[in-house]
Design a protein around this ligand. Structure first.
Ligand SMILES: *[C@@H]1O[C@H](CO)[C@@H](O)[C@H](O)[C@H]1NC(C)=O
Ligand SMILES: *[C@@H]1O[C@H](CO)[C@@H](O)[C@H](O)[C@H]1NC(C)=O
Ligand SMILES: *[C@@H]1O[C@H](CO)[C@@H](O)[C@H](O)[C@H]1NC(C)=O
Length: 836
């Protein structure tokens, strides 16, 4: 590359004089001129044609820079430029023309992201520093790809720290992103995602669209997006906003972040031209309350900048300059008006950097800036480091560059309030300084939430039900206790003594335990903490199981005993084998304890939560949903354990039912209440067999489930107590005088008087005696008959004799008189049953 531009070094002579009035002279001696190249997008269609205002601004800057005597003394800065129309190809062509044609250029200015990308990627080949005044693409912040690029335009990613700052300020940690599929937005979103991740903000969804945002917005609604960052050009923004209105993604529950560089009333303009199917009124509603972030391109303070102008001075001068070229009405400035200060400051940055480089080169006394060629890497590095360290206060604010070559800038945050933008504050990324004016307004009166707040509500047994069940249980427990006392006080009464009172006491203890289980059954989240719940579970199973075993076991062993007495012929009803009853109850209890203990130890109960579908709160003003939850006692293998328990209890129940049926009409003296016990067994079995499956089905309805179980327990207990004890109590009350069993008098136990019993006993004894007698007589008859037959055989037949003997044989003596055989026959099979 031998594109040497020959330049004659003028020396120091007269530089200051020439520099003082370059424009006045019109043509300046080429030896004292520093040439820079500029590419401005002006006459193109589409894209950013910001050169329209930026080029005049750059020219203003050039004028001001060259006027300054302390800047580049002895030199004039000259800008050679052409139009790129924001077309990368044309931009490249313009760049080649500018570089290949004399004079030698020292630096390149460019605008429009696509052109900047092309130019900056190529410029390193000529050792040229590129300064972009109008390019926001985050892709340009890549030092490897663009080693010599700087820009006075902030990168689009400058919004991201501001957005994050606001999200943190309002406590939003769950956001969604809606973007137009354009390179600049894609790289902005990538940066935003990385920053969100660092700040612990969750991005719930990232929706992108080419031109029609309908589906993307709909998806946002589906994902319950509340805080949404929208990245798109203004035309797409109007479509998005209309869709936002239709999907109702606005108002008190939603916050949108838009880009701040749209015009102030962008959401009500061009609706008809662009075929937006929303009215201006609707658009205004949807836009209400949204936030915008915007990199500041105009100095906000009326400070004197490096050029000596304030921002307003600059605006006036720029307007004047623009009016010379364009037909400007009051409202509409040429494109790029917003960015004009950036172009102005870009030229100043170049001049300051050159001034600095020149100073350095002069100090070293070796080279001059004028000697720069496209192969002169050393000078290029000097220029690079000079611009890298350039800092000044320009009309676009404080100008400084990051190590990535990006402009460090303030961002401003605005909010649409009543269709107008209200300035909320500024944010300085570099120093993390948020200046906030507290002017934000939310339509809900408070900061919107970043998500639907789900309130967990524990379903509990209703207090009224719980209290009434517990009251009934308590009455039952007191009643059982009273019955225990009754049993004890009247232990000498026959009616009690013959009812296995200890067994009945066991039953009553069981009833107390069962009724006691009604309390823990209704204890739930209303009364106990989650940690205490397993204890409640344990209490429930132990109380109910042991209570059942005691109460039912006592009744079961009674009917079992009655059954034994009637089936075993040898059994002596008088023998006091009451201890066997307790062994049986003890056996049941032992099995229970063994089962429950092994369950408890190997697979302890835990607090399981059943979750129901979300429900709307009663008060719809609140932006929440309710998730009902229900506590259950659970353990890992609870079905197995319950299966074993229910199986065992079920067998006992069924067997008890069978025994009760078998002995339904048998009365044994030693157990005088067996029929009543049988009846209460029926009732327990039936209720248990209904309750167990039904509670499994309605377990999800805490009130119904609790009511069902509690009522079953209460009903079983009360009925059993009533069946077994009411007759005894009545009996005792009817005969209050009798104290001891031994005392005589008409007395009954369960309907059998003492006389009757005596008679029954004597009859039984008589029966036995008679049976013995009969068998003796039978034996005698058999022998006689045998002898007779032998005789007849000897006589050779005699029918008359046989008849005679037959009549006599049918008479048997008996102590109670003379019975015929047939009468005795009837008496022999006397059972207790017949007697009753
Ligand atoms: C640049 O400007 C010159 C005249 O100033 C013109 O002839 C040329 O066509 C322009 N375009 C390019 C791409 O150089
Ligand atoms: C330009 O450089 C000269 C020294 O060469 C210095 O005195 C002057 O202050 C610099 N100008 C500016 C504006 O920094
Ligand atoms: C933050 O910026 C404001 C102006 O925007 C300034 O007045 C204030 O001193 C700054 N605070 C810090 C800590 O830098």
């Amino acid at each position: 590359m031998d594109y040497q531009v020959f330049l004659v070094f003028l020396g120091i002579v007269g530089g200051g004089i020439i520099a003082a009035s370059p424009t006045a002279l019109g043509v300046v001696n080429d030896e004292s001129v520093l040439h820079i190249a500029g590419i401005f997008p002006i006459g193109g269609k589409g894209g950013w044609q910001g050169g329209q205002a930026c080029e005049p601004a750059a020219m203003l800057a050039l004028e001001d820079v060259n006027k300054r005597s302390d800047l580049l003394p002895g030199f004039t800065l000259r800008l050679h430029w052409n139009d790129s129309e924001c077309e990368p190809g044309l931009g490249a062509s313009v760049m080649y023309n500018l570089l290949y044609n004399k004079p030698q250029k020292l630096m390149l200015l460019a605008g429009c992201s696509t052109v900047c990308t092309t130019v900056a990627e190529a410029a390193k080949m000529w050792n040229l520093v590129v300064l972009c005044y109008g390019a926001s693409s985050p892709a340009l912040s890549d030092r490897n790809r663009f080693p010599t690029l700087f820009r006075t335009h902030p990168s689009a990613t400058v919004h991201n720290p501001t957005r994050i700052k606001l999200m943190e300020k309002y406590g939003w940690s769950r956001v969604a992103i809606l973007q137009q599929a354009e390179e600049v937005f894609i790289s902005t979103v990538e940066d935003l995602e990385a920053r969100c991740k660092r700040s612990g903000i969750e991005i719930i969804t990232r929706q992108s669209f080419l031109s029609d945002p309908t589906d993307a917005v709909r998806n946002l609604r589906r994902q319950d997006a509340r805080v949404i960052v929208g990245l798109f050009y203004v035309v797409a923004a109007r479509r998005v906003l209309c869709e936002v209105f239709k999907q109702k993604l606005y108002g008190k529950s939603h916050v949108w972040f838009f880009i701040g560089w749209y015009e102030d009333n962008w959401f009500v303009e061009n609706l008809d031209q662009e075929g937006i199917k929303c009215t201006a009124e609707e658009m205004k509603m949807a836009a209400e309350g949204h936030l915008t972030t915007e990199a500041l391109m105009w100095n906000q303070n009326e400070q004197q900048t490096i050029s000596g102008m304030t921002t307003n001075d600059f605006r006036e001068r720029l307007n004047k300059a623009l009016k010379k070229r364009y037909e400007i009405d009051e409202e509409r400035y040429p494109e790029g008006y917003q960015e004009a200060p950036l172009a102005y400051d870009a030229v100043w940055a170049v001049a300051l950097a050159f001034n600095k480089t020149m100073e350095k080169l002069n100090r070293q006394g070796k080279r001059s800036l004028k000697d720069f060629t496209y192969t002169d890497k050393e000078t290029a590095d000097d220029i690079y480091s000079a611009i890298n360290s350039t800092q000044f206060l320009g009309v676009s604010g404080y100008v400084a560059f990051s190590s990535q070559g990006d402009r460090i800038a303030l961002t401003q945050i605005e909010q649409a309030v009543d269709g107008k933008y209200v300035l909320l504050g500024y944010y300085d990324t570099q120093s993390d300084n948020l200046t906030w004016f507290n002017r934000e307004r939310w339509s809900g009166g408070k900061v919107p939430q970043d998500r639907t707040i789900v309130r967990r509500v524990l379903r509990t047994v209703s207090l009224g039900l719980f209290v009434s069940m517990c009251t009934i249980s308590l009455v039952g427990i007191l009643w059982a206790a009273a019955l225990i006392l009754f049993n004890f006080l009247h232990r000498h009464r026959r009616v009690i003594q013959l009812s296995q009172p200890a067994c009945n006491t066991l039953m009553l203890v069981g009833v107390v335990l069962c009724l006691g289980s009604v309390f823990p059954l209704g204890l739930d989240g209303r009364f106990v903490e989650g940690e205490a719940y397993p204890t409640v579970c344990t209490a429930r199973s132990w109380l109910l199981c042991t209570g059942f075993s005691l109460a039912y076991g006592a009744m079961f062993s009674k009917v079992w005993r009655v059954h034994r007495l009637t089936t075993k012929a040898k059994a002596d009803p008088k023998a006091d084998e009451g201890w066997k009853l307790y062994v049986m109850v003890g056996g049941f209890l032992f099995v229970d304890v063994a089962l429950l203990l092994s369950w408890q130890l190997t697979d302890p109960p835990e607090r399981g939560i059943e979750v129901f579908p979300l429900e709307d709160p009663l008060n719809t003003e609140d932006d929440i949903k309710i998730r009902p939850e229900l506590e259950h006692c659970e353990s890992q293998h609870s079905t197995v354990w319950l299966g074993i328990l229910y199986g065992y209890k079920g067998l006992v129940l069924i067997f008890g039912l069978f025994l009760a049926y078998e002995t339904r009409s048998i009365k044994v003296k030693a157990i005088n209440d067996s029929r009543l016990v049988g009846m209460s067994i029926y009732n327990v079995v039936v209720l248990c067999l209904i309750t167990a499956p039904v509670t499994m089905v309605i377990a999800s309805q805490q009130d119904a489930g609790y009511a069902f179980v509690a009522l079953s327990i209460i009903f079983c207990c009360f009925l059993s107590m009533a069946l077994i004890f009411v007759p005894k109590v009545i009996e005792v009350m009817r005969h209050p005088g009798e104290k001891e069993r031994g005392s005589d008098g008409a007395q009954s136990d369960g309907g059998m008087t003492r006389e009757e019993e005596e008679r029954y006993r004597s009859l039984l004894a008589e029966n036995d005696e008679l049976q013995k007698l009969i068998s003796a007589k039978e034996e005698k008859i058999r022998l006689l008959k045998q002898r007779l037959e032998e005789k007849e055989a000897a006589e050779g037949g005699g029918n008359r004799g046989k008849q005679r003997h037959g009549g006599r044989r049918r008479q048997v003596d008996s102590p109670a008189g003379v019975f015929t055989i047939s009468e005795i026959d009837r008496k022999i099979p006397i059972t207790h049953k017949e007697w009753l």
